[in-house]
Design a protein around this ligand. Structure first.
Ligand code: NAD
Length: 357
């Protein structure tokens, strides 16, 4: 292999991801991501699936989320640390990788903190598009942190939501969210309580961060006919909804084996019926069947959504300047002479050191 044949791995940094969003347009990107995720849900049986591998601590969780469709392999590294914002850190940070199954070689490395917010919002919108009541145009957004604007804009772009009613226990978070959404065309209403936020809303999104069994929505707050998009309960011991709401709802999940460990349904018996979303999307399971029904998306985030998002990004950066080439792959002229390649680099190491000192 000559130096010009050397294989590099494209890397999308946080800065490049932000530029890519502006290049494509945020709402267009959310629509395209929604369709990309839906396309992969429609070929669900082709994927390797496993609940994510979680390492829990007192302050949070670090998780690995792998999947493969037999041609491409992907994984995401992601954390969830609800107390991080107190020290100026994100609750959720992530990066992810795609690899070619035939060779095992990585083909993309990307930041995924922003991409997770985009794919989580796109997944919410994909599900609401299938399950929300007809004509839904008002959403309550409870929890106005890092995910909230993305959730709101995906619902606007994909489902035609025109009004968001905001509530957060921290009024500064609500003020931030309202300011960020001010020029998006959404009608933004700041509310003083969760009860006020859900007034007249057809879609109720909960997206709070607290490492406990919390009750963001109690049973008496939720009337018939709404669609609930429960995002924040995504870890053992971390939920947002009163059990009574779950008992009155038809519950839709990504991957039951993972959701039973991490989702709202950890509060229910392990055989409580749930419907898999991919089957609703391909028409083999029922979605909403009546105007009175409460549909609940018990979102935890599944590896296939990250896989779809990474593949979308890999295509989107082609022909743009929104990535750099990483020297991640060792490529000795003789593949078995890795040691010799290391030895031959000694001279260059001396030159680089002598330039520094
Ligand atoms: P964040 O820390 O930026 O925001 C969380 C917000 O919730 C904060 O503004 C906080 O004040 C508010 N909050 C806490 N308790 C509340 C309460 N009782 N009522 C109203 N508001 C309350 O976190 P984020 O990045 O926006 O993530 C939110 C949650 O979503 C986290 O729990 C995260 O793990 C989860 N998440 C889920 C998915 C998924 O795919 N399901 C993806 C990403 C994040």
């Amino acid at each position: 292999m000559t130096p010009s044949d050397k294989a590099y791995v494209p890397f999308v940094s946080v800065d490049h991801m932000m530029q890519l969003i502006h290049h494509i347009g945020l709402e267009k990107m959310l629509c395209e991501l929604t369709d990309a995720i839906e396309a992969d849900f429609l070929r669900w049986p082709e994927f390797d699936k496993t609940p994510r591998v979680a390492s829990h601590s007192e302050t949070g969780v670090i998780e690995l989320m792998p999947t493969s469709d037999g041609e491409v392999y992907g994984f995401k590294y992601v954390n969830g640390h609800p107390s991080n914002t107190r020290t100026g850190h994100q609750t959720v940070t992530a990066f992810g990788l795609l690899a070619d199954v035939a060779t095992g070689y990585p083909v993309l490395l990307s930041e995924m903190t922003i991409l997770t917010a985009l794919r989580t919002a796109a997944t919410s919108a994909m599900v609401a598009r299938a399950l929300a009541p007809k004509g839904a145009h008002v959403m309550a957004m409870i929890g106005n942190g890092a995910q909230s604007e993305f959730q709101s804009l995906a619902m606007k772009a994909v489902c035609g939501i025109d009004t968001v009613r905001l509530f957060d226990t921290d009024s500064a978070a609500t003020a931030k969210c309202a300011a960020n959404l001010a020029k998006t065309g959404l009608n933004v209403v700041i509310c003083k309580s969760p009860e006020a936020a859900i007034e007249g809303a057809h879609i109720l999104t909960t997206c709070t961060a607290d490492k406990q069994y919390a009750t963001i929505l109690s049973d008496n707050m939720v009337g018939s006919g709404v669609h609930i998009n429960a995002i924040g309960g995504d870890c053992p011991g971390k939920t947002e909804l009163a059990k009574g709401i779950l008992e009155r709802s038809t519950i839709f999940v990504e991957y039951p084996e993972q959701t039973r460990i991490e989702g709202e349904i950890q509060q229910l018996a392990s055989d409580h019926p749930v419907t898999e979303l991919w089957q609703v999307l391909n028409g083999t399971a029922k979605g909403r069947t009546s105007e009175q029904q409460i549909t609940l998306f018990d979102s935890v985030g599944f590896a296939i959504e990250d896989f779809s998002a990474l593949r979308y990004i890999k295509n989107a950066i082609e022909g743009t300047g929104f990535s750099i080439q990483l020297d991640m792959l060792a490529d000795p002229d003789d593949p078995r002479d890795l040691f010799g390649m290391v030895q031959r680099s000694a001279g260059r190491a001396r030159i680089i050191q002598s330039m520094l000192f």
